[in-house]
Design a protein around this ligand. Structure first.
Ligand code: PLP
Length: 375
């Protein structure tokens, strides 16, 4: 089996798993409990927060543990709307549904929603954000790197534009965290998710800059200094801390290794498969390759690759039995047929050159077959 869907999730790192196991076995206390079991778990949570803060370059009390990227996005958008009471929301048209659907939810509560669009390469320009911000825009979300194309966004410049306009700026760093430094101090909040950098699923961290105005989303006990109720999963946050520290330490080497695999793959695909074109341009994460295959349906390629043991994805969404093409590629103005023929290949640290080679060969045969059938 060849796994080329590392943007969806990654295989857990063995060292991460080993760091977690003691807290699933004997160290299973509730971090809120006032006995030795609880203290052991609470100390592990404190150390995990310190470790992530140190690796990210922020203060430990600027981090809140969550269930992942979706909760980070929901908390940021809804928490700011709740704190501000009224106003406009600005989201990029290429955001993850965590932000797009949250914005829709807030529309029902009287907030107006504006969109900012990327250019054909998938990049959102700071000027277009500046133009879209209105005097009553309270919240803006433009992600650090897109999950479908891997295109990296000018977060620092967009942060400056939002600061000037007085809008809270949230950066979804779920895809970028494995390779790029986090935008500490350059935004009001950002979110990360452990399962995208070889950590466990269901664990994330929300950074909120000191002094930023935001209300909580999840009420309950006094966990996370009263900002996010619910028993903290000590094993998961220990795993996330181990995974993030390791990812930061190895970021340059990983980017080089994964980027070389991806580049070699893209080069061969574009050269050897007619009608193949890369979606997205400029700076792209080392992991991502989003490629359209003219005359082929992306979903058909996905299923055929799956039958041959290669796991990839498309950015298409399935709703009510109908397949709608990727909202990201459509927002880039690529057109419906190119968007429908897109496949996302995402490489990770466990992939090999041999796997990349085999995938090119398999893909070549699949495209030829689909095209012959359609001819
Ligand atoms: N944001 C981005 C850009 C993502 O790619 C994902 C997951 O694919 C999420 C948010 C959601 O993260 P999680 O799965 O941790 O909820």
């Amino acid at each position: 089996m060849i796994y080329l869907d590392n943007a969806a999730t990654t295989r857990i790192d063995e060292e991460v798993l080993q760091a977690m196991l003691p807290f699933l076995r004997e160290g299973y206390g509730n971090p809120q409990s006032q006995h030795a079991f609880g203290r052991e778990a609470a100390n592990a949570v404190i150390s995990a927060r310190d470790k992530i803060a140190y690796a990210a370059g922020c203060a430990a009390d600027e981090l809140y543990f969550t269930s992942g990227g979706t909760e980070c996005g929901n908390t940021a958008l809804k928490g700011v709307c709740s704190a501000r009471g009224r106003g406009r929301i600005l989201v990029s048209a290429i955001e993850h549904p965590a932000l797009l659907e949250s914005a829709k939810d807030m529309q029902k509560h009287g907030f107006a929603v504006d969109f900012v669009y990327p250019d054909a390469s998938g990049r959102i320009s700071p000027q277009s954000v500046k133009d879209a911000l209105k005097p009553d825009t309270v919240f803006c979300a433009v992600m650090a790197a897109n999950n479908e194309t891997g295109v990296v966004q000018p977060v620092e410049e967009i942060g400056a534009v939002c600061r000037e306009a007085g809008a809270f700026y949230y950066v979804d760093c779920v895809q970028s965290a494995c390779y790029l430094p986090l935008p500490v101090g350059k935004c009001d909040a950002f979110g990360i998710s452990a399962h995208k950098f070889y950590g466990p699923k269901g664990a994330g961290a929300l950074y909120v800059k000191k002094g930023a105005k935001i209300s909580r989303l999840i009420s309950g006990g006094m966990q996370e200094r009263g900002f996010r109720g619910g028993t903290v999963n000590a094993a998961a946050v220990v795993g996330m801390a181990e995974a993030y520290a390791k990812a930061r330490k190895n970021a340059a080497a990983a980017a080089q290794k994964v980027g070389a695999l991806r580049d070699g793959f893209v080069k061969r695909v574009l050269f050897e498969i007619g009608g193949a074109s890369l979606n997205g341009g400029g700076e792209i994460l080392p992991s991502h390759a989003n490629i359209s295959f003219e005359g082929c349906d992306g979903e058909n390629i996905l299923f055929a690759l799956d039958m041959k043991g290669v796991a990839v994805s498309t950015g298409s969404a399935c709703s009510a039995g109908a397949v709608t093409p990727s909202h990201v590629l459509l927002a880039m103005g690529l057109g419906e047929s190119r968007a429908k023929s897109a496949v996302r290949f995402t490489f990770g640290k466990y992939n090999t050159a041999d796997e990349a080679e085999k995938t090119v060969e398999t893909l070549k045969a699949i495209c030829a077959k689909i095209r012959a059938r359609n001819a």
